[in-house]
Every structure is written in C-alpha cells, then in structure tokens.
Design a protein around this ligand. Structure first.
Ligand code: F0G
Length: 466
C-alpha cells in the first residue's frame, strides 16, 4: 500500500499490524493469517462533523446513493469512489417500538425496539454487507463470487449477482442445513448451488480453499468490506433514535460478523466524535451452537488489547474435534461452531462492555412466536436476540427501564417449516421438526381450527374461538 492512502486494510492483530491497499483482495493477513480491517485516516478523509450532514443526503434521495439505507451513510465508510457503488436499494429498514414484545421481555413501555432487517430486498441483514462487498468486487474487477452459507448470505449473493449482472454466484451449503425460503432464493436467482456433504463449518473451510484455488471473490464476512456495509445497521438505529445511543444492542451470534461490525461502527463514531458513549452489546448464541458463549463466559477468553490467548481457542476446537461435536439448533442460520469473526467479535465485546448468553431452541421459538404476535415476524435465529434480552432482563443485567434494541436479522418467511411446526396441531410434525430438538411445548401456538365444510359449523367455530 502507498503510505499516502487515506483508506487501507490492516491486520487486526496489534502485534502484526501489516497494512494493505484497498484494491487488494484478501480475506486474511498474508503475514499472520489474522483478520483484516478497513481503516480510515479520519484526519484526511474529514468525516461528517454532525449527523445533520448525513441527514441532508436523504433530501437528495432520487440519487440511489442517498436512497440506499447503506450508502446514505457513505461518508462513514468511503472506501470506493461513489461512482463505483453497487446498490439495489438495500437498507430501507425500520426501528420499531415494540411494547407487546417488551412485556414478554420484561422491559417498561417505550423501552424495547426491534430493528427489522428482514425488510431488506433479499429478506435479511446480509444485503447491507453484500452491497459493500459487491462495490469492492467491482473495484477489483472480480467476475465470480462465492460464499459458504446457512442460507441468507447465499440468497443475498445470488440476488446481487442477478440484479447487477456483474458476477456469477457460486454458493456452498451444507446438505439439509438450509431453510427452504433461503434455498428457493439461491435457485431462483440462478446461483450455482453446491451442496456439500457436511455442515456450515465444513462448507466454510471448503469455500476458502476453492476460492483461493480458483481465484473466486469470497463474500463471507471474513471479507472486511462486507462488514463496512453492516455498520450501517447501527447508523440506522441511531438515526431512528435521533442519534442518541440506546443502552443495549442485542444481536444473534453466528459467524459473528454483525457483532464485529457493530463494535467497529461505535468505536469509529466515538473516535470521530459523533457519539460520546457506546451502547452495551449482548451477543446471543443458540445453546446448540454456543462457541462464543463457552469461550467468553465460561473460559474467560478476552480481546486483551489484541493479545488473545489462542490456547483457549485451540483447546476448545480440539474438544469439538475429539467429541465430533457438530452445531445443532432449529435456528439454522446460526448453526455454526467455528465462527470466523471470533477475534473481531472479542474486540467488539471489549469496546461495548459486552455480554454473551445462549438460549435453547424452546426459548428461541417462544420468543419468535411473540415477535410474530407483536406484528413483525422473524426467522428463528433472529428471535434469539429477543430470547436473550428476556434472559438478561430476568438476570437483572438489563434493567426494566433500559432502552434496548434487538436486531431481527431475517424475515419471517425464510423458514416456514419451523413456524408451521410450532403452530401445528399435527403431533407427528411437531415431534419431527421440534421435539427432536428438545422443544417440548408451544406455549404461544396459534393453532388452525379444523371444521367441516358447512356454514353453520364454521359460524359456530368462529363464535367459540373468535
Ligand atoms: N441471523 C440470521 C438470520 C443469519 O442468517 C445469520 C448468519 C445470523 C443471524 C448470524 O449473523 O454471522 O453476523 O453472527 N447467517 C450466515 C449465512 C452465516 O450464511 O447466511 P453473524
């Protein structure tokens, strides 16, 4: 990299700190294998002095760059020329006050908010990051892009390929590990869909090898540019709260890209003086895929100024191997035992005084039913945030009057199988889909009422149940 570059890539390990130019395509530091960051020399880039400068862009929303909920924050991640940005109008998402769900969580009225990322064009938060990764891919002239996925990254990648016609998509998925809504998207958008005989962790390992071998652009969240786009989720949360940081951000943890991006967003906003305090961060694992919880809460792994005790991670991974332990949860989006952004997430937990919890599939599905009944709806993984907030509220870690934002990462229609099984009257279906995962009851089920094809019987049923 030229020493004069105002934007560059840098290894996150302070011991290494190697730097690389923005036009290099890297998913790890070539010197030490650690993750990379996109770094801005704010002294020279001159970030906005106030959020009003950002708000002014919305008035120019006939310009796609000002319309996009990602790129209207362009001054906070200007890593590519504006003319090269790829956007499909992503990020038009909502922060909604959710008092009904707040009652379930145990917060006072006006305190619980849901950041509904299911409103993105491909139905999940991934579009925030994918538009940024595509912008970088265009900058470097990539023609093919790949990812391993539990479903949403592949749907998003496939959509951006189809919409922009800039690259061909290759997606790696674990066999039987992807919810139908997501699989249907990858197929419909025309991606080359490779089903690996293995799970997400296997697919991730293979896609790294294959993309290196074939020179395919990798869009998983090891790609530092993707996380630049995902910072915008927090910018929109702040925007909706009139630029006043909430007390808590609660987010599901899978590959730990979101939590990493959120921590970076807040660290940068503080550095450039746009916020004076950062929210606390709660990352919620599924109990059947709880590596972060085990490492952070049970074994005391910390960022420690970048001097992470790698032996703790190695020991844990050895145990996974020795016991052939595979991730297993109904929240298939976060069914991941080897999160690629673990180290960046530890940094985010450090910046945001974070906590990690894990929640059972039972807790996830009950929370999901409450989110649905509250009018939003989400897929199982997203509801982990609400289940986690409830747990932290019960523990007293979150106070009743704290302002809490739970991020709903994916749309309700992504995984109809889980939703229908929860609400079903068919015991066999319930047992097959949920009972097998330790879910015993559906306390908030809304069961369909079976009636004869007869007007009087239908009226009777409505009077009885309505
Ligand atoms: N929620 C949903 C709906 C997801 O699809 C994912 C990740 C997460 C949460 C976890 O986010 O990785 O940033 O911690 N899905 C990836 C995929 C792994 O392939 O679609 P994270």
């Amino acid at each position: 990299m030229a020493l004069t570059d105002p934007v560059y890539q840098r290894c996150i390990s302070p011991k290494c700190g190697a730097t690389y130019s923005v036009d290099e395509t890297l998913v790890a530091c070539p010197k030490c294998e650690n993750l990379l960051d996109v770094v801005y020399d704010w002294g020279r880039i001159r970030p906005p002095k106030s959020f009003q400068d950002i708000e002014a862009r919305w008035a120019r929303r006939t310009d796609p760059l000002c319309f996009s909920g990602v790129w209207r924050f362009y001054p906070l991640f200007p890593f590519a020329p504006e003319a090269g940005v790829v956007t499909v109008g992503e990020g038009q998402t909502l922060l909604q006050k959710a008092d009904r769900v707040g009652q379930f969580v145990g917060t006072k009225s006006n305190c619980l908010h849901l950041q509904y990322e299911g409103m993105n064009p491909s139905g999940s938060f991934k579009d925030n990051g994918m538009s940024a990764a595509f912008t970088h891919a265009r900058l470097v002239g990539a023609t093919r892009a790949a990812c391993a996925s539990t479903g949403n990254t592949s749907a998003s990648l496939a959509m951006y390929c189809a919409a922009s016609q800039l690259m061909k998509a290759v997606v790696f998925i674990g066999t039987g590990k992807i919810a139908y809504g997501k699989l249907s998207q990858a197929l419909d958008y025309g991606a080359l869909t490779v089903q690996i005989a293995g799970d997400f962790d296997d697919a991730m390992a293979r896609v790294k090898e294959v993309s290196r071998e074939l020179g395919i652009y990798l869009v998983n969240s090891v790609n530092p540019f993707r996380l630049e786009g995902q910072k915008s989720i927090m910018f929109r949360v702040l925007e909706a709260l009139r630029w006043s940081p909430p007390d808590w951000i609660v987010v599901p943890g899978g590959n730990l890209g979101n939590s990493s991006a959120f921590g970076k967003a807040f660290a940068e906003l503080k550095e450039i003086g746009l916020v004076d305090r950062v929210p606390r961060l709660a990352v919620i694992n599924a109990a059947g895929a709880n590596t972060l919880y085990q490492l952070y809460e049970q074994r005391g792994l910390r960022w420690n100024g970048g001097m992470i005790d790698d032996s703790i991670i190695r020991d844990y991974e050895r145990e996974l191997d020795e016991q052939s332990r595979k991730a297993s949860t109904i929240a298939s989006a976060i069914e991941i035992n080897r999160p690629v952004n673990l180290r960046k997430c530890l940094r985010a937990l450090d910046v945001c005084d974070g906590v990690v919890r894990n929640v059972t599939d039972q807790e996830i599905l009950d929370a999901k039913a409450q989110v649905g009944a509250g009018g939003m709806g989400c897929e199982p993984a997203s509801a982990a945030s609400v289940a986690g907030a409830k747990k932290l509220r019960e523990e007293g870690v979150i106070a009743a009057g704290d302002r809490v934002v739970c991020v709903l990462t994916g749309h309700q229609l992504k995984d109809p199988t889980a939703t229908v099984a929860y609400h079903t009257t068919d015991q066999k279906m319930f047992d097959e889909v949920l009972g097998s995962r330790g879910v015993r009851r559906a306390a908030y089920a809304n069961r369909a009422v079976a009636v004869p094809n007869d007007t009087a019987d239908i009226i009777k049923a409505i009077q009885l149940y309505g």
